[in-house]
Ligand binder design. Structure first.
Ligand code: PLP
Length: 400
């Protein structure tokens, strides 16, 4: 009889990846379905990055590297933290891992024991609670509703922290809501963290460069330099440089934690792909101008999608300041009936209805811990987005 570990039993497969797989299956069957579930930019990896990878292969950079990253890549990351965030991490305070998810996984598995609590604001990125549970910890959620623009208040954070809290996970701009914290809001979060010296903060800045707010992006360690030894600043190449397939994530943090992450990685993946590391070195050190052009394109789509979804009966879509997702509140659809007589009693039922009747695939809010809502990724062409939003409008209008 097959045996699976208790740790494996504590986790679920990723809901976003599951929906994307469902879309792929439907498309293979010839169904005209529009997938808005994937969490990756539709842009291509920049050519100068690809060229760097090809050059690395030709130069024979095809062997093991140092476990937690080449010196060249760590230098590029150090330069990135200085340039973008005003942070000066030493090379022994930087780790490179197989994607940002792996960075978070390593950090949590290296530090969380059974009984430890990890505070996670909801709506949250789907993997946080599962990784915490895998590590044996207990996720503690804070609900940040649409009315509060999907951002937690300092008072909510203060209440969620207990003597058992090991980490607070903080993600701005957020997947799935796109909510981004202002410098002043970060200061107020830092003030709470300051009062609880046993708590560490996992600051997930993965969407730093997908940004539309009229204030500049900042990260917690930059706003609160006195807390820098209690913060792991997590970032990666996936979203900014359209490098999801290359699998490079990284973090800056206290040397003891960086060392622990390296120890764990040395007994699991060893180094991230040497060629991907060369590509990441080029991405972080190369021209950054194209980020603005991509943001301008994303922003146009965001504006269209927000406007069209707000025109759909029953939906209320706040305007996100970053990332490439919107997270409409669907309270106005719950309790209504579909033309075939089914009652929409949850956001999951709503998403099934969208898929079955409108052939549009989004991800239900339950997967992100805040219902009723759903996530739409607008990392796809304007024409496709427009058609998808028309279909959602029609599906919502058909509810009674
Ligand atoms: N953090 C957030 C908030 C994300 O949305 C993602 C990817 O979807 C990641 C981290 C991990 O990115 P990757 O492992 O692809 O580098």
């Amino acid at each position: 009889k097959p045996h699976l570990s208790a740790a494996l039993g504590r986790i679920q497969p990723s809901a976003t990846l599951a929906m994307t797989a469902r879309v792929t299956r439907l498309k293979a069957e010839g169904v005209d379905v529009i997938g808005l579930s994937a969490g990756e930019p539709d842009f291509d990896t920049p050519d100068f990055v690809k060229e760097a990878a090809i050059a690395a292969i030709r130069a024979g950079q095809t062997k093991y590297t140092l476990v937690d990253g080449t010196v060249a890549l760590k230098e590029a990351i150090r330069g990135k933290f200085r340039r973008d965030n005003g942070l000066d991490y030493g090379l022994d305070q930087i780790t490179v891992n197989v994607g940002g998810k792996h960075t978070l996984f390593n950090a949590l598995v290296a530090t969380v024991d059974a009984g430890d609590e990890v505070v996670i604001p909801a709506p949250y990125w789907v993997s946080y609670p599962d990784i915490v549970a895998f590590a044996g910890g207990t996720p503690v959620f804070i609900a940040a509703s649409a009315a509060q623009h999907y951002k937690i208040t300092p008072a909510q954070l203060d209440q969620a922290i207990t003597p058992k809290t090991r980490w607070v996970i903080f993600n701005s701009p957020s997947n799935p809501s796109g909510a981004a914290y202002s410098p002043e809001e970060l200061d107020a979060i830092g003030e709470v963290i300051r009062r609880h010296p046993h708590v560490m903060v996992m600051c997930d800045d993965m969407y730093e460069h997908v940004w539309y707010a009229d204030f500049a992006f900042s990260t917690l360690a930059q706003r609160c330099p006195d807390l820098i030894d209690r913060i792991l600043t997590v970032n990666g190449c996936s979203k900014a440089y359209a490098m999801t397939g290359w699998r490079i994530g990284f973090a800056g943090g206290p040397a003891w934690l960086i060392k622990a992450i390296g120890k764990l990685q040395s007994q699991s993946t060893s180094n991230p792909c040497s060629i991907a590391q060369a590509a990441a070195t080029a991405a972080l050190g190369g021209p950054q101008q194209f980020l603005d052009d991509r943001n301008a394109a994303f922003r146009k789509r965001r504006d269209m999608v927000v406007a069209m979804l707000n025109d759909a009966p029953g939906l209320n879509c706040p305007v996100p300041d970053g990332a490439f997702y919107v997270y409409p509140d669907a309270s106005g659809c719950i309790g209504k009936k579909t033309p075939s007589g089914h009652v929409i009693d949850s956001d999951e039922a709503l998403i099934d209805y969208f898929l079955d009747s409108a052939r549009v695939a989004a991800v239900h809010g339950g997967a992100f811990g805040l219902s009723p809502a759903f996530r739409v990724s607008y990392a796809t062409s304007e024409a496709v987005l427009k058609e998808a939003c028309v279909r959602i409008q029609q599906a919502c209008a058909a509810l009674s």
